[in-house]
Ligand binder design. Structure first.
Ligand code: DAT
Ligand code: MG
Length: 148
């Protein structure tokens, strides 16, 4: 069973898409393990996007992520990392297929609504960056026999 970090970035909150986007992860059969609204500190944004430091879009990306509230979530389930990346679609909203979050709601590269961890290893690092251990809640979903 995998966990992954999902962020609904400031454009998602400002565009009032939090409910619609959260529903996509929920109805897929993933289990919600953590959820909070965060005004992201610059230091957290820098750590989160450290891999992109030095790229031309890095400063703009940090400004974007710290420009308003972000919903941080941890979702758990079978192949959760890949499942969530598939629900999100390609990075560039213009190229993301319809049916995906970015394909249905985004046309920008930067303002692409969601972040999702790209590997189980990075998921563990990102979850530790955004959540304290006691903010993650384990529970037995009552529909587990049906959803798997
Ligand atoms: P993803 O969010 O699909 O994992 P990424 O990790 O390559 O994509 O990049 C992180 C974010 O940086 C991405 O969501 C949007 C922004 N970004 C990536 N490439 C960009 C580019 N060429 N120009 C502007 N922003 C870019
Ligand atoms: Mg990425």
């Amino acid at each position: 069973m995998q966990q992954t970090l999902i962020l609904l970035k400031p454009d998602a909150v400002q565009r009032r898409l939090v409910g619609d986007l959260t529903a996509r992860f929920e109805r897929k059969g993933l289990r919600l393990t953590g959820l909070k609204l965060v005004q992201t500190p610059r230091e957290t944004a820098e750590k989160h996007y450290a891999v992109h430091k030095g790229k031309p879009f890095y400063e703009s990306l940090l400004s974007f992520l710290t420009s308003g509230p972000t919903v941080a979530m941890v979702w758990e389930g079978r192949e959760a990392v890949a499942v969530c990346r598939n629900l999100m679609g390609l990075t560039d909203g213009a190229k993301a297929p319809p049916g995906t979050i970015r394909g249905d709601f985004a046309i920008s590269v930067q303002n692409n609504l969601v972040h999702g961890s790209d590997s189980p290893e990075n998921a563990a690092i990102e979850i530790a960056l955004w959540f304290k251990p006691d903010e993650l809640v384990k529970f037995a979903p009552t529909d587990a026999n049906w959803v798997g």
